[in-house]
Design a protein around this ligand. Structure first.
Ligand code: G6P
Length: 615
């Protein structure tokens, strides 16, 4: 959470930074701010989105300041201190000669603040970040050391997570950056440097980047950079070449990124399978986990750790792995797992699922599992992300950048990778017979085309959305493989339209949610034809008997459910274990249209952030 961008070079810093901050708004949009260096430090900040900062800067910014070639900027997801102009970053040191942007949380800020208050420091904001820059200033004054040394000394006493960039009025050719637990990427242009929370603000200008590691401090000075650890020992930076197209991070004619990303799914699923799965030759290969397939075959148990939508993908994986590989699976919220005292035995394998690869709880769960001797495999979308790097091995989902806060194409790409892993393991283990394996490969290769057909429901979904846009509650019900899809459908609706929605296994309805059903209540059934079809038909009847409004996602040609439901949405048939890839599509569209009709900001729903880098 929180996005940071810094620039030093020959361009106008403010335009590079503002553009970059807009790309990082998925990380938070409570306030935004920018500091420009022109003789002294000039800070502009505003509660609200980057567009408001931009208007404020262009209105009040001094022309000379706007010409500055050095600057730092921030878009905030509030933790310490409410969203306000004062709490917005950048923050000044007491003497106003230093300024800082920060993503993360300084956990011992209160103790540090008390210490500094006693020494006479005064604070303008309620943030932990302002404490950090005062602390650095204090060390620099008392130790009479360079800023670089003061930063290092301060960070060695700080507890918590951070990605920071510091700019000094006294050293105008320098930026100092450091990371621990929050991502930071250094972009290497021609005589110019960029620092950002991810590569999207950089891709337009440079294609070589260094992903900073934890405990590294990067100093950019006189058009050169050095990276050392907190103990001042130089490290060996690995220069990556970026593989992101500019159009992948632009809306491309769609009103919202979310809709664009929903529509990208036939392609993102194909991209995910490309070079890995070939139904004609019967081959399936996942290079990233090649060396761990035998361990998976031997695994006594698989523990999935994830959060949010990725956790729902993990639940589908539980069904798939148990079905195809006969390996017991436990799916854990990373945030619970990391603070329990989980039992991890020899022969357990942990699979961490994360779109961003930066979710703090998932990362911490991985570290815990590694400490207890488990093998950790990552399923991440963002290449080079912290979780991808912290895992022993893994498979990327290759869905391309996902910018809408509500996850869509990442979910279906996660399901695709997890299914491929389960098929590989099941085949090798002998629990997935050859004819079934071949049949599944064929079905997998048809999925992009079937997702395309499900997307053709868009106009019908939009029409149905008109009926339910004013609902205050909704229930989503599914069984078997479609149960996690019910959870995901409900999550999508609540996160972007603010309608309270709950997902349940359809049979559990009778143990509580049925009490809520009346003629006002929309009940979304994911009722495609599978092994529990008859059961779910009975559940639909139970809802209709209580006058609930039924919207049913059904398999093409299902006349029985059509005769009972208020609205049906027909999706193409496939194997039941692949059905979530298709049945989730109309639910994504339903939440999208309802949110648009309610006037919600689909890509940036209130209070949420896409990359949750705090616990
Ligand atoms: C946030 C996002 C969700 C996402 C979850 C886990 O809550 O809004 O869309 O599913 O984090 O994120 P991850 O990047 O680990 O998949």
């Amino acid at each position: 959470m929180c996005g940071i961008v810094a620039y030093i070079g020959h361009r106008q810093a403010h335009s590079v930074i503002l553009k970059g901050l807009k790309r990082l708004e998925y990380r938070g949009y409570d306030s935004a701010g920018i500091a420009l260096l022109n003789g002294g430090l000039h800070v502009y900040k505003k509660k609200g989105k980057v567009a408001e900062l931009e208007a404020h800067l262009l209105l009040t910014g001094d022309e000379q300041n706007l010409k500055s070639h050095v600057g730092i900027g921030h878009t905030r997801w509030a933790t310490h201190g409410a969203p306000s102009d004062v709490n917005a970053h950048p923050h000044f040191s007491g003497n106003k000669r230093l300024t800082i942007i920060h993503n993360g949380i300084i956990e011992n800020y209160d103790a540090l603040k008390k210490e500094l208050l006693q020494k006479g420091h005064r604070f303008e904001s309620e943030t932990d970040t302002e404490v950090l820059i005062h602390f650095i200033e204090d060390i620099q004054q008392h130790e009479e050391c360079s800023l670089e040394v003061a930063v290092r000394l301060a960070l060695s006493r700080v507890v918590g997570a951070y990605a920071i960039v510091i700019m000094s009025a006294d050293e105008p050719d320098m930026l100092i950056a450091a990371r621990k637990g929050s991502p930071l990427v250094l972009g290497l242009g021609k005589n110019e440097f960029f620092l950002a929370s991810d590569a999207t603000p950089i891709v337009e200008y440079a294609n070589e980047v260094v992903y900073l590691n934890d405990d590294e401090v990067c100093v950019i000075r006189d058009q050169q950079f050095t990276i050392k650890d907190v103990n001042d020992i130089p490290t060996n930076p690995y220069i990556h070449t970026l593989d992101i197209e500019l159009e992948a991070i632009e809306k491309g004619g769609f009103d919202y990124f979310m809709l664009k990303e929903i529509y990208e799914q036939p392609k993102s699923i194909s991209d995910c399978m490309r070079g890995r799965l070939n139904a004609d030759t019967g081959t399936l290969m996942l290079g990233g986990i090649r060396d761990y397939v035998d361990q998976l075959v031997e695994a006594k148990r698989i523990i999935v750790v994830a959060c949010g939508t990725s956790w729902h993908a993990g639940l589908v994986a539980e069904y798939i792995f148990e079905d195809l590989c006969r390996i017991p699976v436990e799916v854990e919220y990373a945030s619970e797992f990391r603070y329990r005292n989980p039992v991890i035995n020899a022969g357990d394998i942990v699979i961490a699922i994360s779109q961003s690869g930066e979710t703090a709880d998932t990362l911490a769960a991985i570290e815990l599992a590694k400490r207890q001797g488990a093998i950790v495999l990552g399923v991440c979308n963002v290449v080079g992300s912290s979780i991808a790097r912290a895992s022993h091995a893994g498979s990327y989902t290759h869905a391309g950048p996902e910018i809408g806060v509500a996850s869509t194409k990442a979910f279906t790409a996660q399901l695709t990778v997890l299914t491929m892993i389960a098929m590989l393991v099941g085949r090798k283990k002998g629990t997935l017979k050859e004819d079934n394996y071949r049949r599944l490969l064929k079905e997998m290769s048809q999925i992009p085309r079937k997702v395309e057909k499900a997307l053709a429901l868009n106009a019908q979904v939009e029409y149905i959305s008109g009926y339910y846009k004013d609902a205050t509650n909704a229930i989503y019900l599914g069984r078997g493989y479609n149960f996690p899809v019910a959870l995901e459908g409900a999550l999508k609706l609540k996160e972007i339209s603010y309608i309270h929605a709950e997902g349940y296994p359809a049979a559990e309805m009778k143990h509580g949610p049925i009490a809520l059903i009346d003629e006002e209540m929309p009940v979304v059934f994911i009722a495609t034809r599978d092994s529990s079809y008859e059961k779910i038909v009975s559940n639909i009847q139970e809802v209709k008997a209580r006058k609930g409004q039924v919207i049913a996602i059904v398999t093409e040609g299902d006349e029985l459910i059509a005769s009972m439901a208020d609205h049906v949405l027909e999706v193409p048939d496939t194997s039941q274990l692949l059905m979530p890839l298709i049945s989730v599509i109309p639910l994504q569209l339903l939440s999208y249209h309802i949110a648009v009709m309610r006037g919600c900001d689909v890509d940036q729903p209130r209070n949420l952030a896409k990359s949750v880098t705090v616990e």
